[in-house]
Ligand binder design. Sequence first.
Ligand SMILES: Nc1ncnc2c1ncn2[C@@H]1O[C@H](COP(=O)(O)OP(=O)(O)OP(=O)(O)O)[C@@H](O)[C@H]1O
Ligand SMILES: N[C@@H](CCO)C(=O)O
Length: 322
Amino acid sequence: MAVFTAVSLDDLHQWIKQYPLGQAVGLEGISSGIDNSNFFLNTAHGPYSGQYVLTIFENLRFDQLPFYVKLMAHLAERGIPVPAPVPNTDGELVVALHGKPAIIVSRLQGSSQLDPQPVHCAEVGRMLARMHLAAQDFALHQPNLRGLDWWVETAPAVLPYLEEAEAALLRSEVAYQSEFAAGATYAQLARGPVHADLFRNNVMFEGERLSGCFDFYFAGVDTWLYDVAVTVNDWCVDLATGVLDPAPVRALLDAYHEVRPFTDDERAAWQPMLRAGALRFWLSRLYDLHLPRAAELLTPHDPTHFERILRERIACPAPNLP
Ligand SMILES: Nc1ncnc2c1ncn2[C@@H]1O[C@H](COP(=O)(O)OP(=O)(O)OP(=O)(O)O)[C@@H](O)[C@H]1O
Ligand SMILES: N[C@@H](CCO)C(=O)O
């Protein structure tokens, strides 16, 4: 149960009066998720049938949140199926609760599709391309805080905990990505606000229809292709081996391409970007495992999963972009 900060209905009685939602009538901690404290919240009324999610941020500061929360509002206003943040009566989207930043957003319907088929991957590809295009005119700028600079800064902190073979791979891949990012192809890649964590557990489906995506708290400005690579590395792999299944890869990429065609520079960068997406999550899982944060109970994700994916992307080229 990754609830880092406990909240009760009594705690909300006075606090929620700053919102046009009436009283809080139901509150239930959400067990999944490792970065924030999330609760299903029901209120007496409000624009979303009184069904909301309350999030208390455990690692992000007040000053870091406007980018994420205003990006969600920007996308929701443009018809992208993301949670719509609810402003309080002063128009503020982020407010303090138990001394930490907190938000209320609309609750998405549906459930995660943890065994996605090509039809689901096509929906994800289509939505991701629409999201990239809808975010192009978003006014705020914040870099991807788990991008290259973070990899270069963080790798030395986890190296002492690694076996020699893992340490060698980490050092060589960070060097490879640093060199690639300094090159002409990378400089040509289209970029803008990206989700950067679009895993199966951050998307909702109702049957074969994508009903929403959430968890924008690793979003940032990065290349659109990096976002596609992160998504393919989760939605299109055999979870036991990290090997890509060509059918879902084809479905996701073709659907994305129909909305926003890939460029030749992106075709040239595709294999390195898949490696970059694997490196990022291997490193963040190593960091969470060896340098954990205090929590009521936190079950970190398995770093070996993304070590396997990285080794697989290095050894076997993925299906090319359309
Ligand atoms: N707007 C929403 N509507 C419906 N369910 C939601 C919503 N936001 C979050 N959830 C539920 O809460 C869970 C945790 O949310 P989220 O992934 O944002 O937390 P997290 O701590 O950032 O987790 P992680 O980083 O591991 O994905 C989700 O898996 C989902 O079940
Ligand atoms: N989606 C990430 C956790 C949140 O960053 C992972 O699976 O490692």
